[in-house]
Design a protein around this ligand. Structure first.
Ligand code: F6P
Length: 367
C-alpha cells in the first residue's frame, strides 16, 4: 500500500482545497494511503505532526472553499540544500512513497530540484547514519508530481492554472463595482491587479470589463513616449461621450527600459495631461479570496485524480510529471521541461531587446 502525500505551497489559490480532496479520495479509491503535509515545504522540514494520515470524511465540504485548509508557506529554507536534506529524512521516516505538490512555478521548481538531488540526499543521510541503508533502498526513487495552483496563470505548458479563473472573476466583479462610481463622478480609475511577471490576469480582465487601456509586462510601452498612446485613446473615448475611464495595470508591468510602470505613474499622466479626476485602486489579496468558480473546481478535481494515477503509473525511468491542461484535455508533461520553459519566458520578458521589440509592435491592445 503506497503512501501518497499532498502539500500546497507558495501563494494560495482558489481550488487548492479541491485538489487536496481529489488526491485524498482518489488515493483511497486506488487502495493506497493518503497523507497531507501541513504548511507546504515548511511542514516537510518540520516532519512529525506536520505529516498526517487522512481519511475520506476529512475532506468533506472542501470542494468549493477558497484558500488552502492545509496551510501554505513560501519556504526559504527549502531553497537550501540543508533544508532539503531534512525534508528527505522526514519523508523517509514517515514512509511516504510519493508527494503531489500543488503550487506555482517557484514551488514546482523546488520540487524538481528536490527530485534531482534525491539519490545524493539519501546517500548523505545513510553516511551520517540518519537513516538505515535498507530505507535508502526502499525509497530510492522520489515519486513526485506537480499540479499547478496559482492565480497568475504563468506556467508554460498548461493552458490554465488552478485559481486563475476564480481570481479573474474576482477582478471583474471589483471592476464592475468601480464602474458605477467612476461613471457617477465621470472619473478615471487606475486599477492594479496581481500576476507577478505575467499579464494574463490583467489582459483577460481588461477584455472582460471593456477597459480603456492596460499595461502588462509582455508588451512594454516605449519609455520615450510613455503615456502617449494611452492618452490618445482615452481622450478619444472621452470625446465620444464616455464618462468613465478604466486603466488596468499589471503589478509586473514594465516599460521598454525595464523600469516598473506603477499605477501612480499612470494616474499622474491622466491628471496632468488629460485633466481627469483620477483615483488608484489596488485590488490586492481580494483577488485570491472567495470560493473557487466552477471551472477551477472541475480542473482541480480532474487534475487531482490524474496526479494520483500518474504517480501510480510511474516507473524509475519516467520523468516526474506535471499535470497540465492542453486544448481542454488533462495531460501529463515532464515537470523539468515545464519549469525550464516558464523560466525562459520570464527571462525573455525581462530582456531589454525583447521589451523594445514588443514596444514597437502594433496594433494597440485596446483601441
Ligand atoms: O503568485 C501569486 C501572487 O498572488 C502574485 O500574483 C503576487 O505577486 C504574489 O502572489 C503576492 O504574494 P504574497 O501573498 O506573498 O504577498
Amino acid at each position: 500500500r503506497k503512501r501518497i502525500a499532498v502539500l500546497t505551497s507558495g501563494g494560495d489559490s482558489q481550488g487548492m482545497n479541491a485538489v487536496v480532496r481529489a488526491v485524498i479520495r482518489t488515493t483511497i479509491s486506488r487502495g493506497c494511503e493518503p497523507y497531507v503535509i501541513y504548511e507546504g515545504y515548511e511542514g516537510l522540514l518540520k516532519g512529525g505532526d506536520y505529516i498526517k494520515r487522512m481519511y475520506w470524511d476529512d475532506v468533506r465540504g472542501w470542494l468549493a472553499l477558497g484558500g488552502t485548509l492545509i496551510g501554505t508557506a513560501r519556504c526559504a529554507e527549502f531553497k537550501e540544500r540543508a533544508g532539503r536534506l531534512r525534508a528527505a529524512k522526514n519523508l523517509v521516516q514517515a514512509g511516504i512513497d510519493a508527494i503531489i505538490v500543488c503550487g506555482g512555478d517557484g514551488s514546482l521548481t523546488g520540487a524538481d530540484v528536490f527530485r534531482a538531488e534525491w539519490p545524493e540526499l539519501l546517500k548523505e543521510l545513510v553516511n551520517s547514519k540518519q537513516i538505515q541503508p535498507k530505507d535508502a533502498e526502499n525509497y530510492k526513487n522520489l515519486n513526485i508530481c506537480g499540479v499547478v495552483g496559482s492565480i497568475d496563470n504563468d506556467m508554460s505548458s498548461t493552458d490554465a492554472t488552478i485559481g486563475a479563473y476564480s481570481s479573474l472573476d474576482r477582478i471583474c466583479e471589483a471592476v464592475d463595482y468601480i464602474d458605477a462610481t467612476a461613471q457617477s463622478h465621470s472619473r478615471a480609475f487606475v486599477i492594479e491587479v496581481m500576476g507577478r511577471n505575467c499579464g494574463w490576469l490583467a489582459l483577460m480582465a481588461a477584455i472582460a470589463t471593456g477597459a480603456d487601456y492596460l499595461f502588462i509586462p509582455e508588451k512594454a510601452p516605449n519609455a520615450k513616449e510613455f503615456g502617449d498612446k494611452m492618452c490618445k485613446i482615452v481622450a478619444r473615448h472621452r470625446e465620444n461621450g464616455k464618462r468613465k475611464t478604466i486603466v488596468i495595470v499589471s503589478e509586473g508591468a514594465i516599460d521598454s527600459d525595464l523600469k516598473p510602470v506603477t499605477a501612480n505613474m499612470v494616474k499622474d499622466i491622466l491628471v496632468e495631461r488629460l485633466g481627469l479626476d483620477t483615483r488608484v485602486t489596488t485590488l490586492g489579496h481580494v483577488q485570491r479570496g472567495g470560493p473557487a468558480v466552477a471551472f477551477d473546481r472541475l480542473l482541480a478535481t480532474l487534475q487531482g485524480v490524474e496526479a494520483v494515477d500518474a504517480i501510480l503509473s510511474l516507473t524509475p525511468e519516467t520523468a516526474s510529471p506535471l499535470i497540465a491542461l492542453n486544448e481542454n484535455k488533462i495531460c501529463r508533461k515532464p515537470l523539468v521541461d515545464s519549469v525550464k520553459m516558464t523560466k525562459s519566458v520570464a527571462e525573455a520578458i525581462n530582456n531589454k531587446e525583447f521589451a523594445k521589440a514588443m514596444s514597437l509592435r502594433d496594433p494597440e491592445f485596446i483601441e
